[in-house]
Design a binder for this molecule. Sequence first.
Ligand code: ZN
Length: 345
Amino acid sequence: MSDGFLKSLPKAELHLHLEGSVDPPTLSELSRRHPTPLSTANNRYRNIEDSSRIFTEDQARELYRYKDFAGFMLAFKAVTERLRTADDYELVTHRMMQKLHAQNVVHAEVYISAGVVHWRGQEFAPLFEGAERGRQRGERDFGISLYWILDAVRHFGVDEAQRVVDEAIQLKSHNVVGIGIGGDERRAGPEQFREVYEHAAKSGLRLTVHAGETVGPESIWGALRELNPDRIGHGLHAIDDPELVRYLAAKQIPVEICMTSNLMTGCCGTVEEHPVRKLFDAGVCVVLNTDDPDMFRTTLSQEYQLARDVFGFSEGELRELAKNSFRASFLPEGRKRELLGQKGL
Ligand SMILES: [Zn+2]
């Protein structure tokens, strides 16, 4: 089976952070747009010196080399510090969609970190207008659809997460379909977000949660019990609890697997140790994703390639993974059926 098959396989990407799709040339361009530090009243914004730096493409590439989760979070922060205007958001959204199109991704559900924007002391809605312009242009130019999922940072606390949910409710008519929480699982368990998630669900939003990425299966159990999510982000450590694996398979709760991400952040030691094959074989609805493709130097086709080359996924199984990406999407049922029936799947 050729790499051409993997590229031409129609796919959806469901776990993708807009900020993590900023490639080194674009980061360099953004840093030239914003050579001075962002004025902010927020005293948690410490890294002023670093934020005033102009990156060359090579320096941007260097920034994306790290060995652990903390290093990744710093790089992520350096990117978000340079996303300051609606035009910046329009630029990175359109470029992301161009790259998705090149991977034959026909539908994407993209996290946009409203929590980080608030933390910087900026209003989210005016910046989001730029992202929406980028989306509309991208949909026209590349013929793909894109939904937004507003992402809160769990260790910024419950009030902040509530604020993100309120923004998402306001923006439902602008292709915002859901909410998620990411950030440091060690510092903020799922329990405290129960009411925030209930409120989001009652308001017609779909629910995702990063869980079991940096900590064990109890974080996934907690998320399932307290937050009733439609999908689990990462779910890497589900494999440590056979009962949890059986539960995820029985309920067909999709798990957004991000292999390269897990390796690059050190959450998974070696690729061979990754549980993607075991979860798939246990009947879990596994979906392959890139998480932060440019920051992890991967593409969605490369994730499918890993599944093939390291875990021996057959052509039929790879098609099944691609089908899962449409099944697990938040698209209306009719559109899902159309996409599942398309040529090449
Ligand atoms: Zn993520």
